[in-house]
Ligand binder design. Structure first.
Ligand code: GLN
Length: 533
């Protein structure tokens, strides 16, 4: 078993997740099988109950795991299908330890952070690594070295280095910040030195130091860091600001990161030549587009772009396929209730209404859907956006003025979107949703069928409410057709408006399975329609 731990120092938000993902991408391009684990030091058991404003979007896996958005980066960069066990949180670890204690499994011993919590962390990491069948598993340690919460995880990592053998089986990559100060633009290495010192005081000596800096770091800064932090100069890697995150693997490759890891861990690559040519082509199409479209994203978490990370990535993928830059215009849906939607949305080539929860902002989303429907502006609705499109259609086309979802108006006379029977009665938050990958049957001749190129697809879900079966015949007769269905046709999954260039919505989340080289078909459909607009 071989593990690469990726830690972070100085500040959070250094792009540790992208560094971890990029290393994985590089190893994979040499034919080495890679997997990845994210460790989150917070006490939440999973990310399902977290507000997107705080941590960015909740990413959903095939198995229904609601996880940290970094797992999305792993899946996109390394083209993996991960499971919920690949996100280890303090909450999960403590829950197990306390349950074990209640069952008397510690045989009367005092239960302590070391060894009981650290053993449970080690058990989880090694069992996931073993089950993954990968040659190397990258373990990203969330948080910043020095945080109280991360201590047990760092201690477990240190012990794993001892258990498995520091020589070839465990490596530590530490990411830090090298700020540039003053008018002369001097790089400051002191924060890096201090953070490495902190790591060493825990007993971990980094093998590679990745320095985030606005510019490539100079040779003298590199030499200084190498000297003070006791690593070879070639192990000091610089990650200057990139034009797209997909460029980071190429930067790391140029500095020999993959070779360094392969030599040190004695990995046996299937090919000594790096095959990054298709990735280079991808980056080229992203950074050097020949066209541009503007897509309005109408939602309620628009002040934090990370709340919609997977949508933005899906647009990057779909745009790259057409050498087209996607300019996302974030529109706070609340704005559309006080301002004229025609004014706010007039300059855009397409509109997306993504997922969301709760009543706030819903009327503005309805206004956006109506604007797109009436003005034949390309539109994609996802999850809540699908429900919004359905409600708007019922109100305006079927004349059911008070049509609503029971999520927003429990007493509506026309509950065209309502709660699923089997979810009724479950009240514990975080346990009530329909989650994960489910098969969807797509009608031949539909736009979705043309885009997916298949009549049977599998997409990920995260919702409680859905289209009320009692209204389906009426809705379809008026032109909002449900071209994707699941569970023997009982659940509505895709809607398409007749006589509109592109007005498509899905109950599932196509953004989670979008990959750089395989864009989400529904996002691709929106981009293509926007290009024609
Ligand atoms: N709030 C809606 C539901 O629970 C939509 C959820 C979502 O957009 N992810 O069904």
């Amino acid at each position: 078993m071989k593990l690469i731990f990726v830690s972070g120092g100085v500040i959070s938000g250094l792009g540790k997740g992208i560094t971890a993902s990029s290393i994985g991408r590089l190893l994979e391009s040499r034919g080495i099988r890679v997997s990845a684990i994210k460790v989150d030091p917070y006490l939440n058991v999973d990310a399902g109950t977290m507000n997107p404003y705080e941590h960015g979007e909740v990413y959903v896996l095939d198995d229904g795991g609601e996880v940290d958005l970094d797992l999305g980066n792993y899946e996109r960069f390394m083209d993996l299908h991960l499971t919920r066990d690949h996100n280890i949180t303090t909450g999960k670890v403590y829950r197990t330890v306390i349950e074990n204690e209640r069952r008397g499994e510690y045989l009367g011993k005092t239960v302590q952070i070391i060894p009981h919590v650290t053993d449970e962390i080690k058990r989880r990491i090694t069992s996931v690594a073993r089950d993954s069948g990968a040659d190397v598993v990258i373990v990203e340690l969330g948080g910043t070295v020095g945080d109280m919460e991360s201590m047990p995880f760092l201690e477990a990592a240190r012990q794993l280095g001892r258990d498995l053998g520091r020589e070839e089986n465990v490596m530590f990559v530490h990411t830090t910040l090298v700020p540039i100060m003053g008018s002369v633009g001097e790089e400051k290495t002191k924060p890096t030195q201090h953070s490495v010192k902190e790591l060493m005081s825990i007993g971990i000596r980094p093998d590679i130091i990745v320095c985030r800096c606005s510019e490539p770091i100079t040779d003298s800064a590199r030499a200084k860091i190498a000297m003070f932090c006791d690593v070879p100069e070639e192990a000091v890697i610089s990650t200057p600001d990139a034009r797209t995150t997909y460029e980071v693997p190429l930067n790391l490759e140029r500095q020999g990161v993959a070779d360094l890891i392969i030599d040190r861990m004695r990995l046996r690559p299937m090919t000594s030549r790096r095959d990054m040519s298709s990735w280079e082509g991808l980056v080229d199409r992203i950074v050097d587009p020949v066209r541009e479209v503007r897509i309005a994203l109408v939602g309620k978490y628009t002040s934090l772009a990370d709340s919609y990370l997977s949508h933005l990535e899906a647009f990057t993928h779909a745009g790259a396929a057409r050498r087209c830059r996607i300019r996302t215009v974030f529109v706070d849906s609340d704005r559309l209730t006080s301002e004229d939607p025609a004014e706010v949305l007039s300059g855009v080539d397409g509109i997306i209404v993504p997922g969301g929860f709760g009543t706030r902002g819903v009327e503005g989303m309805l206004a956006a859907a109506r604007y797109a429907r009436e003005n034949k502006v390309p539109f994609l609705g996802v999850c809540l956006g699908f429900q919004i499109a359905t409600i708007e259609f019922c109100r305006d086309v079927l004349g059911l003025e008070k049509a609503n979802s029971t999520e927003f108006d429990p007493r509506t006379p026309d509950p065209v979107v309502c709660i699923m029977d089997e979810q009724r009665g479950i009240s514990e938050m975080g346990a009530t949703m329909r989650l994960g990958a489910q098969d969807v049957v797509v009608a031949e001749g539909s736009k979705a069928h043309a885009l997916y190129g298949s009549a049977l697809i599998s997409e990920r879900h995260r919702h409680r409410y859905e289209v009320n079966p009692n209204y389906i015949d009426r809705i379809e007769a008026a032109g909002w057709r449900f071209t994707g269905r699941s569970d023997c046709g009982t659940r509505m999954e895709i809607g398409e408006l007749e006589g509109h260039p592109y007005f498509v919505a899905s109950q599932f989340h196509p953004e989670f399975k979008s990959r750089p080289q395989r864009p989400s078909p529904l996002h691709q459909g929106l981009v293509d329609a926007a290009l024609k607009n």
